[in-house]
Design a protein around this ligand. Structure first.
Ligand code: DAH
Length: 339
């Protein structure tokens, strides 16, 4: 027995001396010290040792266990250190490298224009309201004096969902909701998405409009002109000149097309304004009395004016973007450069 223990100890030391990784070291620990291990086998065979030899053999086994345990623990520490060192030498930290700055979010250029329009109008006493994007024909056309067979429908290549339900082609539909639900006097603006079957560099099937409506007693063309002149100079600066040209919309009478000094060249004439120095920005007019009456407003007592710029066009002008679609491609590098 004594010899066997000494031999075991020798063999264990030799095996540990050649062990150079943590996984095989753990296998050796199980092999030498585990429940089914060799030292436990010695303990089990103690019963066959004559009584007078038991203390001596017992001591021997304990010493062997202690020695093997110490060797294994020491080796484990060394191997763990080695692993850590290897890991650290692989992961070199270059403290001179610039750190990553977290990316900052930005408001989309289109929404910046919306925000500006809203700010200016709220300052002038307007209330912001919204309306549905899926709309009845009645609100989008009929109640705006555009009956079923009216030629003005052709200009608004409308997406119909059924005979009388459509994707709104203009935010003017919100005028009707406002007139139905609000009592004059009121002044509202309504930002939102609009839809038409149209797609090229200056048209997108989804686009954006900003509708305005004022209804009160004694509202005249003077109010329309002064309010819009004010709005455009708030948007583009005090020196902005505004031009009103006669136009036609079924829901306004008289109707105007409103131009402002080209924000790109300041009126000198450039490619963007085709040399005219002016940029066509919105449609407007005095609300057609028929439209007021259809929504239950007494047109003898009340008059009103309405206006509706295309917001995508404003954003294109402000940012000098040649193709409207670039704004919706979600190219962060491009969007970051815009105002
Ligand atoms: N809804 C018209 C369009 O989409 C724009 C417009 C013109 C709105 C005149 C108005 C207005 O409120 O008075 O072409």
């Amino acid at each position: 027995m004594e010899k066997k223990i000494t031999e075991f100890l020798e063999k264990a030391k030799q095996e540990l001396a050649t062990c150079n990784a943590l996984k095989p070291l753990n296998d050796l620990r199980v092999k030498f010290l585990g429940k089914q291990g060799e030292l436990t086998a010695f303990l089990r065979s103690m019963k066959d040792v004559p009584n007078e030899d038991k203390p001596k053999i017992g001591q021997l086994i304990n010493k062997a266990r202690q020695e093997v345990e110490e060797k294994i623990n020491e080796l484990q520490r060394k191997l763990e250190e080695k692993v850590l060192e290897e890991k650290l030498s692989r992961q070199k930290v270059d403290i001179t490298e610039p750190s990553k700055v977290p990316e900052k979010g930005e408001i989309h250029p289109l929404h910046k224009v919306f925000d500006k329009l809203i700010d200016c109008c709220v300052e002038m006493g307007f209330t912001v309201v919204t309306g549905p994007e899926i709309e009845y024909d009645y609100y989008n056309f009929e109640a705006l004096n555009v009956p079923k067979d009216h030629p003005a429908r052709d200009m608004q290549d409308t997406f119909f969902i059924s005979d009388n339900i459509l994707m709104r082609s203009q935010t003017s539909s919100v005028q009707v909701h406002a007139m139905e639900t609000m009592k004059p006097p009121f002044r509202i603006v309504s930002p939102g998405r609009t839809y038409r079957a149209d797609s090229d560099a200056t048209h997108s099937p989804v686009f954006h409009q900003f509708e305005g409506l004022v209804v009160d007693e004694n509202i005249s063309m003077i109010d329309l002109k002064s309010m819009l002149t004010n709005l455009l100079s708030m948007l583009f600066g005090e020196n902005t000149k505004v031009r009103f040209r006669p136009s036609y919309f079924p829901f306004t009478e008289p109707s105007v097309e409103v131009d402002a000094t080209c924000p790109s060249c300041g009126g000198k004439g450039c490619k963007l304004c085709k040399g005219t120095g002016f940029m066509e920005l919105l449609g407007a007019g005095m609300v057609n009395p028929k439209v007021l009456e259809m929504s239950g407003i007494d047109s003898k007592k009340y008059t009103g004016f309405a206006f509706g710029p295309g917001v995508d066009r404003l954003a294109m002008v402000v940012n000098k973007i040649p193709d409207l679609r670039m704004m919706f491609e979600n190219d962060i590098k491009f969007l970051e450069q815009l105002k």
